[in-house]
Design a protein. Structure first.
Length: 446
């Protein structure tokens, strides 16, 4: 099927998008698709970086829901600014004026939340819910009033709710980028204070920091990012830019500095790719595409992060299960060489040992070999089996002597712990048993 080139004349009833050419894609991604498009892509990318940086502190401080309420609380300020300027005979759709009104309304919403928490018995989540719903409802009512005004309808104001990069001018993009850059610089200057409050506000207060002031400054940074991203992402979805990048970055590292850098990269990449797609496919809303891009990166992080991802976790679980199964088999084979008793652990081990993987692993490690069609221990395997068997009996004796677990019930508890006993823990168990005059089981030492 032939696809019309972007920009070709099309029917006003056609709601589809024409696929861009490879040249158009390349020009957009390399910032050569025109000054206005480049400004929007750069401004949105910078906004994503700012949201990623500020969002880390909001997430650590558990202020993500507050950011959601703040973004919704900006709507009545935007609408009220439009009404006042229009009644005064000015240009009601002046973006700086609307953003200023939204910022004032958002800050008021934050102050109301703080006041409800401090001076009433409402919990934080209830206070956030009240402010979010009441302020957003007030904004919707004001939008209906604007619709009936003679000065003009609310056309253009709805872009602040859902976001629309097509409505962003060059000056708007510069303003958005400037707000994002200021937020990044302020977050860098306040790094020590924000870190102290996020991790231990009591310690920060004892150290002389004003926790209340730092919280307000953090909310100010969130307001700055929210206001900057309203036209591109929309006030409903802008909160996702403050939550998804830091949540995704958290999978990649335990260190705060690394999490901040990764979150900034994820936020910047989401803004860059989302705005580029919106520029290439104008009918696709930029805010939704940006958030979906961030969501895909979050899903990738959830699955593929090297230490905290689902795949890494599943691999660790599989390795642990194989190690425990291998140790069960070694213990069972060692006990079978020294006693004819079929211990419960030995019966379980022999059942697990019928699998194909465990015998292969034991042979590969030189701990067992095949003789006459059955698995037997090598000398190294006997030493390892002796160590595991001794740890089993040592922990069993400890539970019976100290925890007063019945001997008939101790085997299951031992089986859960014996595989994670380190050499230092074994020595502590030996010393504790000897101090009580309890004989320590003989065998190979750990």
């Amino acid at each position: 099927m032939n696809v019309a080139a972007p920009g070709a004349a099309r029917s006003i009833t056609d709601v589809g998008d024409a696929w861009p050419t490879l040249e158009q894609v390349w020009n957009t991604l390399t910032l050569r698709a025109g000054f206005n498009t480049t400004s929007v892509v750069l401004g949105t990318s910078l906004l994503g970086v700012a949201a990623g940086v500020v969002g880390v502190f909001a997430l650590l401080r558990k202020r993500s829901l507050t950011a959601d309420a703040l973004s919704h609380a900006t709507l009545p300020g935007i609408a009220l600014a439009f009404i006042l300027v229009a009644l005064a005979g000015g240009a009601g759709r002046s973006v700086p004026v609307l953003l200023l009104g939204g910022a004032a309304s958002g800050i008021l919403g934050v102050l109301v939340i703080q006041g409800l928490i401090r001076h009433t018995r409402l919990t934080e989540d209830a206070a956030i819910g009240v402010v979010l719903s009441v302020f957003f409802g007030a904004g919707v009512v004001l939008l209906s009033i604007i619709q009936s005004m003679r000065t003009g309808g609310q056309g253009g104001l709805r872009t602040f709710i859902y976001g629309q990069t097509a409505a962003i001018t060059r000056q708007d993009a510069v303003l958005m980028g400037a707000l994002a850059l200021v937020a990044i610089v302020l977050a860098a200057l306040l790094f020590k204070e924000l870190t102290a409050v996020c991790f231990d506000d009591a310690f920060a207060q004892v150290s002389g920091f004003s926790v209340g002031l730092i919280d307000l400054l953090m909310m100010g940074l969130i307001v700055m990012v929210t206001i900057g991203g309203m036209q591109a992402v929309g006030l409903i979805l802008v909160v996702a830019m403050l939550i998804i990048p830091p949540a995704a970055a958290r999978f990649w590292s335990e260190r705060l500095s690394v999490v901040i850098v990764v979150s900034a990269l994820i936020g910047g990449a989401s803004g860059y790719l989302g705005s580029a797609v919106s520029a290439l496919l104008p009918r696709k809303p930029a805010g939704a595409v940006i958030v979906l891009t961030a969501g895909m990166i979050f899903l990738l992080s959830l699955l593929a992060a090297p230490s905290r991802g689902v795949i890494a976790w599943a691999a660790r679980r599989a390795r642990l299960r194989l190690r425990i199964s291998s140790e069960h088999v070694l213990e069972a084979l060692f006990d079978a060489e020294h006693t004819r008793e079929q211990l419960p652990a030995a019966r379980r081990a022999l059942g697990l040992g019928t699998s194909l993987i465990v015998p292969i692993l034991l042979r590969a490690r030189g701990l067992a070999q095949r003789e006459a069609g059955r698995l037997v221990l090598t000398e190294a395997g006997r030493r390892e089996g002796a160590r595991i068997s001794r740890n089993h009996r040592l922990w069993e004796q400890y539970l019976v002597s100290y925890a007063h677990v019945a001997p008939s019930h101790v085997d299951w508890s031992v089986d859960q712990v014996e595989h994670v006993l380190g050499a230092d823990q074994v020595r502590e168990l030996e010393s504790a048993l000897r101090a009580r005059g309890v004989p320590v089981p003989a065998g190979a030492t750990s």
